[in-house]
Design a binder for this molecule. Structure first.
Ligand SMILES: Nc1ncnc2c1ncn2[C@@H]1O[C@H](COP(=O)(O)OP(=O)(O)OP(=O)(O)O)[C@@H](O)[C@H]1O
Ligand SMILES: [Mg+2]
Length: 433
């Protein structure tokens, strides 16, 4: 392909013999056919290039007094450049350009000779054609690069989307797990309530029968005694005085479970304000609380969470994205803790903006890891466990918000992430991906 690139530059000009006279060559250079060339090639009997005769050289001679008369009949071999630029047709366009421009002198007075694999003259190439071909090549490369950039942006958007789906999936799994616990005991309690209340219905029925008997003058003595005994038995079986406490406890537990479920559902709704308002005035502390609720399942067996949330002015942001960042940081912190640890979350505001720090006393990171954590796909987790996208996406989200995310970490001691968002927001919020 590179050979054919030079082939397209080839101008098959008929070569000269070294014995031709200077006058003859000068005349030839004036013909329409050769007017475009700066020089003409001279070859030997076999067709090997011997040199180039340049137009300017001949002009120099003819400008001299009697130049043409004195030297016109001399062989052109006398005035040719015996060391012209020779380029093989097999050379790539880039290589040819390098070769030619590397030896080019100002002003340009010669073209270059193109030879085949055997070194035989095939034609002339001009610097102008070479430049044009290079320019076309560069333009084409640019088109390819531009397309690659478009593709890259597209796949980045897809990546963002899939990380969002992944964290959504993770979140749903966590919430489902969280819902399961209260659901389980609410269900048990209701079953128990059913079992415990059955004797109460029996008691009510026995007492109704007794009441009827008492109100009925025709009720026989034996029937009355029977009804009394049955009522007493039912009362003993139901033991309402003992049941009262149990029932109260069961009902309050059940209510508590239901409230927990309601809280989780509310949290989920808050958390998943995905793509609703892109830019809302939000209290970041609400985001923290909502992310904590959602991440509870990941955290509760790992760490105690200490919250020191200061009073914050509301800030315009995309809450679903901020929630995603917080969830990523919380999950990472929980994953960094071996055994049981502590996660400390602080928020405060000052003249520069809002700040949020999230500190764990997990395993920390050596500098070599620390340097790479924001790179896409960087993970130290086993294959299949981490995508390594959490922090790179978090970084992008905070950057899109005009903010900064910084990290300090020490192996064995823990890690602290600090997020700062400017107030008022420095950038108009982008439409979310
Ligand atoms: N709090 C932390 N303590 C120690 N190491 C951390 C902490 N947060 C992040 N890291 C390191 O940074 C790496 C990259 O984190 P990131 O969240 O981008 O990806 P991941 O957690 O590995 O995968 P994913 O988030 O997709 O599950 C982690 O693999 C881990 O080595
Ligand atoms: Mg992560």
């Amino acid at each position: 392909m590179s050979a054919s690139a030079l082939q397209s530059l080839l101008r098959p000009v008929a070569p000269l013999a070294a014995a031709m006279s200077i006058s003859e060559v000068a005349d030839r250079l004036l013909t329409a056919e050769h007017r475009a060339f700066l020089s003409l090639p001279v070859v030997d009997a076999d067709g090997r290039p011997l040199g180039l005769v340049s137009r300017s050289k001949l002009q120099d001679i003819f400008m001299q007094r009697f130049g043409r008369d004195l030297r016109g009949r001399h062989p052109v071999g006398e005035v040719m450049n015996p060391a012209p630029l020779i380029v093989s047709l097999a050379t790539s366009l880039e290589e040819a350009a390098k070769q030619v421009t590397g030896q080019l002198q100002y002003p340009i007075t010669e073209d270059f000779i193109l030879v085949d694999g055997q070194g035989l003259y095939r034609g002339l190439g001009t610097v102008l054609d070479l430049l044009k071909a290079m320019e076309a090549r560069v333009a084409q490369r640019n088109r390819v690069l531009r397309q690659a950039l478009v593709d890259l942006k597209e796949s980045q958007a897809q990546l963002l989307q899939s990380e969002k789906m992944a964290s959504l999936g993770q979140m749903v799994a966590g919430v489902a797990h969280e819902l399961n616990t209260p659901l389980g005991y609410v269900k048990n309690n209701v079953q128990l309530l059913g079992e415990l209340s059955a004797p109460l219905f029996a008691l009510a029925a026995a007492q109704a029968r007794l009441g009827q008997c008492l109100n009925d003058p025709a009720c026989a003595e034996a029937d009355l005694a029977d009804a009394l005994a049955a009522a007493e038995q039912a009362r003993q079986a139901a033991a309402p005085e003992l049941l009262a406490d149990d029932l109260e406890q069961l009902l309050s537990d059940t209510l508590y479970g239901l409230e927990q479920i309601a809280e989780l559902v509310l949290g989920l709704k808050d958390f998943a304000r995905l793509d609703r308002a892109l830019s809302e005035e939000v209290d970041l502390n609400d985001c923290i609380r909502s992310a904590l609720l959602i991440a509870r399942h990941h955290i509760k067996d790992k760490a105690e969470v200490v919250q020191q949330l200061g009073e914050l002015p509301r800030i315009a942001c995309a809450p679903s994205q901020i929630n995603q960042v917080l969830l990523n940081l919380l999950t990472n912190a929980a994953q960094a803790i071996e055994g049981r640890g502590r996660i400390q979350i602080r928020s405060w505001a000052d003249a520069r903006g809002l700040h949020l720090s999230l500190q764990d006393n997990g395993r920390g990171m050596p500098p070599a890891v620390l340097a790479k954590i924001f790179d896409p796909f960087f993970t130290t987790k086993p294959v299949g466990q981490g995508t390594g996208l959490g922090l790179s996406i978090s970084y992008k989200i905070i950057q899109d918000h005009g903010g900064q995310i910084r990290v300090a970490s020490e192996p064995g001691r823990g890690t602290r992430f600090l997020i700062s968002l400017p107030l008022p927001p420095a950038v108009a919020m982008p439409r979310s991906a």
